[in-house]
Design a protein around this ligand. Structure first.
Ligand code: SAM
Length: 407
């Protein structure tokens, strides 16, 4: 049953006319089948007495550790005041202009994930008996009357060796989903979310519980705190970069579908071939260009053409057309984008370009911003429109930029 319908029925005049809102009839509720048990009554009471939604007083942002030295510049760039550090790399901030979306700020690229905090409970959950029940009831009271597409919970420090908060997050989600209308639990995989529809994200750690409603796209990830965990060192891995492109293709779904199988990718800076191998596994064709050879394990891979050459000397056939371009060349990012721009005329309209913007010798916050402005401008001249850029888990001193070739 759709959530709006669930609410309409469970808040219907028939039910409300009963003393204390007790349901007497039929098939309205999947939990009690009309018997009016304790859970059902508590949920009904809460939904009939929702709290007034409040604008967020604070935001939760995640700054990857590699940018920790630039935290104060990042706060300035966002127009933010830091209230408190949470977990390993989260910060609670207050925005000077809350109407300006975080992702539109120049500093947004240094923020891998963000969330408006509509509800928080600063406490040590491990010392709070009944934490899960109280937290779940509070979520229902606050968000149940206008339910999100789904509710996802995670730990503020997901890498912690102690699993306590990961388990707590999972149990909180389970309990809250029992209380919310059935449609909220219909989404089983985070990737099945509509990237533009609000989700209730909850993060929990020893500092307490922090929750907010925002779309995965505005938060910059389908999962609380970021992207999906993708293992780097699976047997037979050619390079760690395979996990990086897998993560990038996952992230891409926040904005558009990935290229369809069979699409022909032009790959610049392919050696030793971790990304090439990942693209081939997904059923893509690849023309892989590098001045260094690919790993011999890739020899004779179906769908692969290798070109041992500097990108500057690579000249596709005049009528060659690719459906996507990937550049992971190291060295000066401006040189790299110029190679991409020169080859952009061989891309079909709407083609995806994924570009790793490396930062060798780029030592300051403002130099990174300047470089990104120049890279974006060089791409635009070749009708490559930037539609997203981010710092992925597997990016170190670099960003991944996503462009689309305009007709
Ligand atoms: C970080 S590695 C790429 C790793 C690769 N994407 C993988 O998945 O294993 C950078 C590569 O870019 C190549 N490269 C840098 N500048 C180049 C250029 N101008 N032409 C061709 N290859 C270049 C280097 O030879 C190097 O192999």
């Amino acid at each position: 049953m759709a959530s709006a319908e669930w609410l309409r029925r469970n808040r219907s005049g028939a039910n409300r006319s009963e003393p204390d809102g007790i349901k007497k009839s039929g098939d309205e509720c999947r939990d009690c089948g009309g018997r009016g048990d304790a859970l059902c009554l508590a949920r009904q009471h809460i939904l009939e007495n929702p709290e007034t939604p409040t604008p967020p007083a604070s935001w939760l942002i995640r700054i990857p550790e590699v940018f920790a030295d630039w935290e104060s510049e990042i706060f300035d760039g966002l127009g933010a005041v830091s209230l408190r550090k949470l977990g390993k790399d989260y910060h609670l901030i207050r925005l000077e202009n809350p109407d300006l979306p975080i992702r539109q700020s120049e500093a947004a690229k240094f923020v891998s994930w963000n969330l408006p905090v509509h509800h928080s409970w600063p406490c040590d959950p491990s010392k709070n008996p009944g934490f899960i029940e109280k937290a779940a009831q509070a979520l229902l009271r606050k968000f149940g009357a206008n339910p999100p597409q789904t509710l996802i919970a995670g730990a503020l420090d997901p890498g912690a060796t102690n699993r306590y908060y990961r388990t707590l997050a999972s149990n909180l989600r389970g309990r809250a989903l029992q209380l919310f209308p059935p449609a909220v639990s219909a989404i089983r995989d985070a990737e099945a979310q509509d990237s533009r529809t609000p989700t209730l994200f909850c993060l929990v750690g020893q500092e307490g519980l922090f929750c907010g409603e925002q779309s995965p796209q505005a938060s910059n990830g389908f999962h609380p705190g970021g992207t999906k965990f993708i293992r780097q060192n699976t047997p037979g891995t050619i390079s760690r970069a395979g996990a990086k492109i897998a993560e990038a293709l996952h992230y891409l779904q926040l904005h558009r579908p990935p290229p369809t199988a069979g699409c022909h990718w032009l790959e610049l800076g392919a050696s030793p071939g971790g990304m090439t191998a990942e693209l081939l596994t997904r059923g893509y064709q690849v023309t892989a260009v590098d001045r260094a050879p690919l790993d011999p394990r890739l020899q004779k891979s179906p769908g692969l053409k290798t070109v041992l050459s500097d990108a500057a000397d690579f000249q596709p056939a005049p009528n060659a057309r690719y459906g996507a371009l990937l550049s992971d060349m190291n060295g000066d990012a401006l040189d790299s984008i110029r190679h991409v721009a020169r080859l952009a005329k061989h891309l079909m309209p709407g083609s995806l370009v994924m570009f790793t913007m490396k930062l060798p010798g780029v030592a300051t916050y403002s130099a990174v911003n300047e470089l990104q402005t120049r890279v974006t401008a060089a791409a635009e001249e070749a009708r490559l429109r930037l539609f997203s850029l981010t710092h992925l888990t597997y990016n170190r001193q670099e960003f991944t930029l996503f462009f689309e070739r305009e007709p």
